[in-house]
Design a protein around this ligand. Sequence first.
Ligand SMILES: Cc1cc2nc3c(=O)[nH]c(=O)nc-3n(C[C@H](O)[C@H](O)[C@H](O)COP(=O)(O)OP(=O)(O)OC[C@H]3O[C@@H](n4cnc5c(N)ncnc54)[C@H](O)[C@@H]3O)c2cc1C
Length: 309
Amino acid sequence: MTSSTSPVTLLGAGISGAACARVLRDAGIPFVVRNRGRAVGGRMSSPEVHGRRVDLGAGYFTVRDDGFRDVVADWASRGLVHEWTDTFTVLAKGKAPEQKPGPMRWGSPGGLRSLVKDLLADIDIDATEADALPAGHVVVAMPDPQASRLVEVPDPVDYDPVIAVALGLSADDARRLPFDDAAFVSDDADIEFLARDGARRGDGAPVIVAHTTSARARRHLEDPAGAVPTVVDAVAALTGIGAPEWTHTHRWTFAKPSGAHDRSHGIVESEDRLIGFAGDQWCPEGSPRVESAWRSGTDLGRALVDRLS
Ligand SMILES: Cc1cc2nc3c(=O)[nH]c(=O)nc-3n(C[C@H](O)[C@H](O)[C@H](O)COP(=O)(O)OP(=O)(O)OC[C@H]3O[C@@H](n4cnc5c(N)ncnc54)[C@H](O)[C@@H]3O)c2cc1C
């Protein structure tokens, strides 16, 4: 058996990997974190676009999980997150906008990536992509299609793509939008969600982010910018605004799991080592999101601590 004190290699610095790293660190289990690219956060992505950060992946998070609630309370006490809204609008072409109450959605003034950075604040990141499974105990904290390039994943879950398009608006157009915070778009072939990035981030910037349907995204995976004219037309038809001043596109080939594992994490014992799996697809309650990815990484970390301590 690989020594329990040899470092665990943790692949993936999204929120599931970050949550797992925190548990290992608190238990004194040695580990190293490797992430593809220097920017941690994965699908909680907040790059700088036209001079300010824009949330181009997850648009907000919810807090139903008691453990996650404690983490969020700590973030809130330090001003890293705030309650955004519990009411979204529903938009459909040719119909009046409707208000739809739901759970409280939370946003982050620094962008959602800042929360993963906070979890990993005192942890070094090796910014190299793994192209094979490293030796020793390994945590694979990423979508199953990415994990499957490295290792056989038990009952892998497929993912659907999304193309996110940020649109910089004139102040006039921003005022004319028929929703205050965000809108679910119903019965549209091209877009399914619109959010005011300035509202969720709290700076009021006239920037919205549109998420395409997976069907539209699939047609543009090779050339995501090719989706922009269709998205701009769809936004105009739904909201009545004119052409944006600028656009910025991001392709998420593996945006959302189309199914879910029936456990919060996986562990496979392979010859002399443990291979752990975490991510938003490890979501027995069937609603993959930021908080379930955090839960998955946390549960995997605790299970590894039990096995390795
Ligand atoms: C467009 C979009 C909208 C969303 N909206 C919401 C929302 O509103 N609310 C919500 O709660 N959730 C939302 N989500 C889902 C949420 O973002 C995810 O559930 C969560 O961020 C998943 O975290 P993760 O750690 O499981 O995976 P990821 O964030 O995907 O992290 C995986 C990490 O692994 C790295 N990696 C991949 N391959 C390798 C390799 N070979 N070597 C090293 N590193 C590797 C990646 O670079 C990445 O950093 C949205 C997602 C998308 C894409």
